[in-house]
Design a protein around this ligand. Structure first.
Ligand SMILES: Cc1ncc(COP(=O)(O)O)c(C=O)c1O
Length: 339
């Protein structure tokens, strides 16, 4: 059994150039940090309904939804942890993908069926008819595949809830193929502030869905599940200037990713999964574990692929960095990969 709880932060380490963790930069921009610091002045009181309302209103305006269709979360990961509250009879998880949904459901005793996609292409017919919960990532970690919105949408039906993990959608220019603005009783979209805003330590995200579904998800939460600083972050990152900044960053990442993909694809023995839409690339090389260890000795951390269902130790995931940093990875792979 692979370690489903392995994540890129374990592959990164002191002194290593980090291509393992898919977070943009090392911390939030100055203006956002300032907003969080200002929010510190309010932590002498409990988070209020007004704080929560402000966050939900900002998110609702960003996605063309209403505030009662927004549930603020302590990261998208909390959204996965809440899924067992829906008491699904059979959950289908589309793989390869982020493993926390499967962990949360299995730990709660929910039967899970893995749907491993051939060539990472989404085919709704592969999902067992009996599944009353389906979880899919879009764009998908670790393949960087962006599924068409219509195909994703086709996974939902009355009596089955579709959960779309859009933790990386804000890194896709124009957020094309997002279902965040789609109003449906059968669809919940999870979003994260972690990646684009470099806030992994804060734990902030949200769910978008029908109010009745969100109420069921939230039923067993403790009181005050999300702190004032997290709520302030959610509000700030949903405001129009932040959305415009994220869009600009998404365009830059896309340029850097395409350049990195082209350089890596030219290396004999390196197979790049294309098309790619996320801020990371999935590679396949021979003797992947040897290559990964050799890269570490050269001071470069990449994410191992073998803990993702459907992948092997020959799969490596690399984050997209600025072109200068990417040169280090390209040179190291050129030296270590044998065709
Ligand atoms: C695809 C995907 N979804 C969700 C998460 C969790 O996001 P958050 O930090 O908002 O809990 C991650 C984190 O690595 C991820 O890669």
């Amino acid at each position: 059994m692979t370690d489903l709880r392995h994540h890129g932060d374990v592959d990164a380490g002191p002194g290593l150039v980090d291509f393992a963790v898919n977070v943009r930069g090392t911390g939030p921009p100055r203006w956002l940090r300032d907003r969080l610091v200002t929010a510190l002045d309010t932590i002498g009181r409990y988070p209020s309904a007004a704080d929560d309302r402000a966050a939900r209103e900002a998110v609702a305006a960003r996605h063309g939804r209403s505030p009662d269709e927004v549930l603020v979360l302590a990261g998208a990961a909390e959204g996965f942890a809440l899924l067992p509250s829906l008491a699904p009879k059979l959950a289908a998880i589309v793989h390869p993908s982020f493993t926390e949904p499967e962990v949360a459901l299995r730990q709660a005793g929910v039967p899970v069926r893995r749907v491993v996609l051939p060539e990472y292409r989404l085919d709704p017919a592969l999902v067992p008819d009996a599944a009353d919960l389906v979880v899919v990532g879009n764009p998908t970690n670790p393949t960087s595949t962006l599924h068409p919105a219509a195909t994703v949408r086709a996974l939902a039906r009355p009596g089955r809830l579709l959960v779309v993990d859009e933790a990386f959608m804000d890194a896709v220019p124009g957020e094309v193929e997002s279902l965040a603005g789609t109003r449906s009783p059968d669809v919940v979209v999870l979003r994260s502030l972690t990646k684009t805003w470099a806030l992994p330590g804060l734990r902030a995200g949200y769910a978008l869905g029908a109010p009745t579904v969100l109420a069921r998800l939230a039923a067993a939460r403790p009181h005050w599940p999300v702190g004032t600083i997290q709520l302030a972050a959610v509000t700030a990152c949903a405001e129009p200037p932040a959305v415009a900044e994220a869009e600009k960053a998404a365009q830059e990442i896309a340029e850097h990713r395409d350049a990195l993909a082209a350089s890596l694809a030219r290396l004999p023995g390196v197979e790049v999964t294309l098309p790619a839409a996320g801020p990371f690339l999935l590679l396949r090389v021979r003797e992947g574990e040897r290559v990964r260890q050799a890269l570490r000795r050269r001071g470069i951390a990449v994410r191992r692929g073998d803990t993702f269902p459907g992948l092997t130790s020959d799969h490596l995931r690399v984050a997209v960095r600025d072109p200068e940093t990417c040169e280090l990875l390209i040179a190291a792979l050129a030296a270590e990969v044998r065709s």
